[in-house]
Write a protein that binds this ligand. Structure first.
Ligand SMILES: Cc1ncc(COP(=O)(O)O)c(C=O)c1O
Length: 483
């Protein structure tokens, strides 16, 4: 969407331009958000003291430019995903409210733009069905934590996180994976999302080259775009990466870091094999490129457990390991741990201090006592089975279509290629209108292409809801199909 299209078509200064700019500015400043209804033609005409026909013409121009949508008998609405392709050029030539537009279009998470839509069939959010989490146990457990630490709400955690939790976590890394890490090399963050953001703000600056998987976790793209880095895509396939290409990129582009999600990757579900992990750590050391491994799905596997993390192979301090527990322990607690050697930790911790001065102590304590309990281990084992069943259910429901995907060995998502006759943007708009949500592949692509792909999460809906959600999705895709 270009907010300045009207200038070219109708010339500056016309009344029609005034209406057009009022709406564009209202969208940029958040007066009207995606899918909000605009004032009726009559109300807008009264507000701006112009003729109704002038408003109608401006609305039609906005419609043509993809900024608004019209709904039969309901009026004009702000287009879904409006602003998705605002270019740097269009921002550069913007009116004085440029900084507001920037804040709306550059500082944004395109994934949460989709999640904002309240729908009945939620397949866009990689979250686990709350019915699969031990909620009653957790609430009793919270009471016990208050008994154990009566002053827990009366004080702060340290910036790096509660020491007891970091000590237990260091023991866990050693016992589970043979990774030797000191509690001082651990930072508790408020979700992995915060960890990615802290890294982007502490380790790269505008113009730096940064390698990123293609496709990848969409908010990570948004975070790095915000830092104005030069994002260089690295394809990920069911076999992992092309290491020769990575070496070429490291040699020629000298990237500062490589953001990876190498285990049951979001969105593809692919896993980078152990041999590549070891070799890539050696490349990172040779070319002085920091590897950021974001391990959100490490424990959500259906067959064999995944290979050891990159961090295991790191001897020179080039790997940052981010481990989120938010998916399967208790998403509401938002607890993650970032592991890095002291040289890197030294620059990341001050940014955490600026950001929030430390993750809340209460959530850390609840997490600590629950995570290291035998109850959690039983819960994860059962959860893996339940999630594998949901994956199988979704795959069965999709079996009759001509869509294609590679069945993941873990994680929460299917990464699906649709026939080119289906326009994914049109599909998404119609799905949202009919209470179904999914993630369009384009927002997972640092090159903003992959138009024929979608990500469907099988973990949030019950098996019964999955059936109806997929039925609607397939039925709508038939309707929007073009010959
Ligand atoms: C790859 C990846 N990284 C980070 C996150 C964010 O995790 P958290 O909930 O811990 O912030 C997600 C969540 O979907 C994810 O898939």
């Amino acid at each position: 969407m270009k907010l300045s299209l009207m200038d070219e078509k109708a010339g500056k200064g016309t009344l029609q331009q005034l209406v057009y700019d009022t709406v564009a500015k209202g969208i940029a400043t958040g007066e009207w958000r995606e899918s909000d209804k605009l004032p009726s033609v009559r109300v807008m005409a009264e507000r701006l003291k112009v003729h109704r026909l002038t408003v109608l013409k401006a609305y039609q121009q906005l419609l043509e430019d993809g900024i608004v949508e019209v709904k039969y008998k309901s009026g004009y609405f702000v287009a879904s995903m409006a602003g998705g392709d605002v270019s740097a050029d269009s921002l550069a030539s913007s009116p004085p409210w440029e900084y507001q537009a920037r804040s709306l279009y550059v500082n944004r998470s395109r994934l949460s733009d989709i999640h904002r839509h309240q729908v009945d069939y939620q397949m866009s959010e990689a979250l686990i069905d709350p019915a699969l989490l031990p909620n009653a146990f957790l609430s009793n457990h919270v009471k016990q934590v208050f008994d154990m630490y009566p002053k827990v709400l009366s004080t702060y955690s340290s910036v790096s996180g509660d020491l007891e939790l970091r000590e237990e976590m260091a023991r866990y890394f050693m016992e589970k994976q043979g990774i030797a890490v000191h509690p001082e090399e651990l930072l508790i963050t408020t979700g992995s999302q915060q960890a990615i953001d802290l890294i982007s703000r502490s380790l790269v600056k505008s113009g730096d080259a940064v390698l990123i998987e293609r496709p990848t976790y969409s908010p990570a793209i948004d975070v790095f775009v915000q830092q104005n880095v030069n994002l260089l895509p690295i394809e990920i396939t069911p076999q992992g990466y092309d290491l020769e290409h990575i070496e070429y990129m490291m040699r020629t582009e000298k990237p500062k870091l490589f953001y990876m999600n190498p285990t049951f990757q979001n969105p593809t579900g692919y896993t980078v094999p152990a041999t590549q992990r070891k070799a890539l750590v050696e490349l990172a050391e040779r070319y002085e490129c920091i590897l950021v491994e974001d391990e959100v799905y490490h424990d959500i596997y259906f067959g064999d457990p995944p290979p050891l993390p990159f961090f295991y192979y790191d001897t020179e301090g080039y790997v940052i390991h981010i481990r989120s527990f938010s998916k399967y322990v208790a998403p509401g607690l938002r607890i993650s741990v970032l592991a890095a050697r002291p040289e890197l930790m030294k620059v990341i911790v001050p940014v955490k201090a600026l950001s929030d001065n430390g993750t809340p102590l209460l959530t850390q304590k609840i997490f600590q006592h629950y995570f290291f309990s035998s109850r959690l281990q039983e819960h994860v084992a059962k959860l893996r089975i339940a999630l594998e069943l949901r994956k199988a259910r979704m795959e069965n429901l999709l079996a009759a279509t001509d869509w294609s995907w590679s069945s993941p060995g873990g994680g929460l998502n299917l990464w699906i290629r649709l026939p080119e006759t289906i326009n994914v943007d049109a599909l998404l708009q119609q799905c949202l209108a009919e209470s179904v949500a999914f993630v369009p592949g384009r927002i997972c692509d640092p090159l903003d292409r992959m138009e024929s792909w979608i990500r469907l999460s099988y973990s949030y809906l019950s098996e019964v809801q999955l059936e109806e959600g997929i039925r609607r999705l397939v039925e709508i895709s038939d309707r929007v199909k073009q010959d």
